[in-house]
Design a protein. Structure first.
Length: 314
C-alpha cells in the first residue's frame, strides 16, 4: 500500500490559488509557464505582495534625490536652522513646497510659553510666578497651572495678571511647577513675547539659540508697518498682523491666549526668520578627516616613535 501523501505547505497552497486565479483571467497559461520561466518565476514577475498584477517594464526609473525633511528629536539648533536654509534653497520660489517639507520639523520641537506674575516682597515690587501656560506648535495647550509664589502675595495685579485669591486655592508649589515646566522646555525651541521676563520668573535661563522672542523680530515690525527699533506690545502686533483683539476687558490677561498669539506671530515669519538665523550662524570648523593640516602620515617618522621602542628594534 502507498504511504500517506505529504501535506502541502500553506505557501504552496497560496501559490496554487494565485496561479488558478491568473489562469481564469487568461493572464497565465494553464501550464503556468511564461516563456522559459518556471511557474514560480513567472508568478514573481506578475504577482505583487497584495496579489495584484505588477506592471512589466525593462528599465526601473531612478528615484529622485531629495534631502530628508525629518530631523531626529535631539537635533541641535544649528541643524534645524541649516535645514531650513537647505529647504529654502531647494524651494525654487515655491513657498508651499518649503512649508510642506519643513512641517516635519515643527510639532515636537517648538512650544510657546507665557507667564503671569504677582507682586511679593516690600510693597509688592517683586514679581513672582503665579500662572504658566505652554502651547504646542498648533496652539494646543499642553500645560496651564496656577503657581503659589515662594513669598506671601502682596499685590495680585489682577488688572494685568488676571490672578485672584481664589486661583491660589488650587495652586501648586513653585518648585513643583518649575520642575514640570523645565521638563517640557528641555531641548525645545521656545517662542514667546519679551520672554526673558517669563524665564526670570521661572528662575531659569534658556539657551539663546533655542529662543524665539517675537518682540525682537524685525520682520514682524516691518510687516506691521511699525519702526524696527520700537518696543511693540503683543497686543499691537496681534491687532495689526492677526486682526484680532487680545488683552481686553478688566479681568486681566490670559497666559494661554498670549502664548497662542506669540506662536501665531512666529509662524507668520518662521521661514524667513529661520533663514536669517541660518545665515548668521558661524561657519563650522573643518572636520579632522578633511583638514589638510592634519596629516597622519608624519607620525610614521622616527621622531615620533617612543625611545624605548626604537632601542629595542636596533
Amino acid at each position: 500500500p502507498k504511504g500517506p501523501s505529504k501535506k502541502k505547505s500553506r505557501k504552496h497552497q497560496r501559490f496554487m490559488e494565485r496561479r488558478a486565479l491568473l489562469e481564469q483571467k487568461g493572464v497565465l497559461s494553464p501550464r503556468g509557464l511564461l516563456g522559459s520561466q518556471t511557474p514560480e518565476e513567472g508568478l514573481e514577475a506578475l504577482i505583487e505582495a497584495n496579489g495584484t498584477v505588477a506592471p512589466r517594464c525593462d528599465k526601473v526609473p531612478k528615484p529622485k534625490r531629495i534631502v530628508s525633511a525629518s530631523l531626529s528629536p535631539s537635533a541641535s539648533p544649528d541643524s534645524i536652522a541649516r535645514h531650513h536654509s537647505v529647504l529654502l534653497s531647494q524651494g525654487n520660489g515655491s513657498s508651499k513646497r518649503v512649508r510642506t517639507s519643513s512641517l516635519v520639523l515643527r510639532p515636537g520641537k517648538y512650544v510657546a510659553m507665557d507667564c503671569e506674575m504677582v507682586g511679593t516682597g516690600p510693597q509688592g515690587r517683586l514679581s513672582e510666578l503665579a500662572r504658566c501656560s505652554v502651547v504646542n506648535y498648533e496652539g494646543d495647550v499642553i500645560y496651564d497651572k496656577y503657581v503659589q509664589p515662594e513669598l506671601p502675595i502682596v499685590d495680585y495685579r489682577t488688572r494685568w495678571s488676571g490672578i485672584t485669591k481664589q486661583h491660589m486655592k488650587n495652586a501648586i508649589p513653585f518648585k513643583t511647577a518649575q520642575a514640570e515646566i523645565l521638563k517640557i522646555l528641555k531641548d525645545k525651541i521656545v517662542v514667546g513675547h519679551a520672554i526673558h521676563n517669563d524665564f526670570q520668573a521661572l528662575k531659569y535661563f534658556h539657551p539663546k539659540d533655542r529662543t524665539r522672542d517675537t518682540s525682537q523680530i524685525p520682520a514682524l515690525k516691518k510687516r506691521a508697518g511699525l519702526p524696527v527699533g520700537a518696543n511693540v506690545s503683543l497686543k499691537n502686533l496681534a491687532r495689526h498682523l492677526l486682526h484680532k483683539k487680545i488683552q481686553v476687558g478688566c479681568k486681566g490677561h490670559s497666559s494661554v491666549e498670549d502664548a497662542q498669539t506669540a506662536m501665531e506671530l512666529y509662524r507668520l515669519v518662521e521661514v524667513q526668520w529661520e533663514k536669517e538665523l541660518a545665515h548668521s550662524l558661524p561657519p563650522r570648523p573643518p572636520s579632522p578627516v578633511t583638514d589638510p593640516t592634519a596629516d597622519s602620515s608624519q607620525y610614521l617618522d622616527d621622531q615620533y616613535w617612543p625611545t624605548d621602542l626604537m632601542a629595542s628594534s636596533l
